[in-house]
Design a protein around this ligand. Structure first.
Ligand code: C5P
Ligand code: ZN
Length: 427
């Protein structure tokens, strides 16, 4: 029944799109999921021969209503953003379609078609719910690979990918090593968590002992370069090596690896693709990410450059945190990383995600932003979306997100009060 209601809602939105013959405004979230969602809706609009303009936003600010109203559209579509900011969107004069999976705040008005998988007990990303509309509108599933990338790239990712089944997506049980296409195999092995091969030299020696070349034609060999026989030899040897350690769990070394057959090179691995999209979004180059999703080969070269810059920046920030342990204030329930101007507001979420240890305390990160303080939170112990949204409201700011990953922006002078409010709510 629920699915039927969802299908009805999607079809109402599709009719609205089909009946709009002026430029449609698309506003999407500036992150990997949002870029994927934007690519999916762009493809739909293009195939339905609609004119459209895409804007990316890190978060919904009150000014968005004026910006959209100045463009005088008849229809605005929000993807992967909007559900948490319904009151702000009410100031937009056009009809609105919201395809989002963030926690809902407020009641949609009559000019809004609000479609959120949480209302249907479905766990889907922003790209995922946008894909359901695409599938219904185009009556085919060709955009599923992009939905998979967005889902894997999203901060709230835990969703089942079954819903995206598609002949262009191959699933194979295999070694769970990151960087199948781009990382030298010895590096992937070094980071695989097996004590016997946990350094470059040990990993290189391990490969040569089992007769797998480390380089071919001057390039480092990656996991994707191996033939089936080599993959089998490698797997057997890894298990043998792993069993020497008491804590070894063979299961954790294997996963269902997806291959996107309609994409080239490293984009065939949705994890690597999602990493690239994340870099494009956080480095404020969403157009490059969008072009990648839509199949531009030229964009890949650009995206690789963006990724290199992104990694360099992250490396610098991680080193800064390491050498400034006093920047983390600790309480009984949470840690608060106060980065001030030392970490860019667009990257504080990534840094908090990287530092966060799910079995330990909730982690908050604070970075100075253009208009206040950007806060990012990751947790596994309580609903941070509720806490952060409430605390931000009390402190004249705004927040939102998901149960275990949320964020907010508050005025500069409200930092201590915000922490105090969070602490008392957590208790
Ligand atoms: O920016 P960060 O990755 O920390 O955001 C975590 C989650 O919180 C994201 O889903 C983001 O959309 C949401 N968020 C929000 N409002 C903000 C900041 C973040 O809804 N002001
Ligand atoms: Zn999302």
């Amino acid at each position: 029944m629920l699915m039927k209601e969802l299908a009805n809602l999607l079809n109402i939105a599709i009719e609205k799109i089909k009946n709009t013959n002026t430029v449609i405004q698309v506003v999407s979230h500036l992150d990997a999921d949002g870029v994927s969602a934007a690519a999916i809706i762009s493809s739909v609009l293009y195939q339905l021969k609609k004119d459209f303009q895409v804007t990316f936003v890190k978060m919904i600010k009150p000014e968005i209503a004026d910006t959209i109203n100045e463009r005088e559209p008849k229809l605005t579509i929000f993807t992967d953003v909007g559900s948490g900011y319904i009151d702000v969107l009410k100031k937009i004069k056009s009809d609105i379609i919201i395809l989002d999976h963030h926690e809902v705040e407020g009641t949609p008005s009559d000019n809004m078609i609000h479609i959120n998988p949480l209302d249907f007990d479905l766990e889907l990303s922003g790209a995922g719910i946008t894909y359901l509309l695409a599938k219904e509108a185009l009556k085919n599933n060709t955009l599923a690979p992009i939905a998979v990338v967005g889902t894997i790239g999203d901060v709230s990712y835990s969703a089942d990918l079954k819903i995206f089944e598609n002949p262009f997506i191959e699933i194979e049980r295999g070694l769970n090593l990151f960087g199948r296409y781009t990382r030298p195999l010895y590096k992937s092995l070094e980071y695989s968590g097996i004590p016997g091969i946990n350094s470059s030299s040990k990993a290189l020696q391990f490969m040569s002992e089992i007769g797998i070349e480390t380089q071919k034609n001057g390039d480092w060999v990656t996991l994707s370069d191996l033939d089936n026989d080599e993959k089998k030899r490698l797997t057997d040897a890894i298990i043998r090596e792993g069993l020497k350690s008491k804590s070894f769990k063979a299961d954790s070394l294997f996963s269902n690896n997806l291959t996107l057959k309609s994409f080239q090179e490293e984009l065939r691995d949705p994890k690597e693709f999602a990493t690239i999209l994340n870099a494009c979004a956080n480095m404020n180059e969403p157009a490059t990410g969008l072009a990648l999703c839509l199949g531009s080969e030229k964009a890949l070269k650009e995206a690789r450059g963006v990724l290199r810059g992104y990694r360099r920046l992250i490396g610098n920030y991680m080193r800064w945190v390491e050498s400034n342990p006093d920047s983390i204030k600790k309480t009984e329930k949470a840690d608060y990383l106060i980065a001030d101007d030392n970490i860019n507001e667009n990257l504080i979420g990534t840094i908090v995600s990287m530092l966060f240890k799910p079995k330990e305390k909730t982690l908050f990160g604070f970075a100075n932003a253009e208009d206040g303080i950007k806060i990012s939170v990751r947790s596994k112990s309580f609903d941070v979306q509720k806490v952060v949204t409430e605390a931000a409201k009390i402190c004249n700011g705004r927040g939102g997100g998901h149960e275990f990953a949320a964020g907010a922006t508050i005025p500069l002078e409200e930092k201590d009060k915000f922490i105090e409010k969070c602490e008392s709510m957590i208790k």
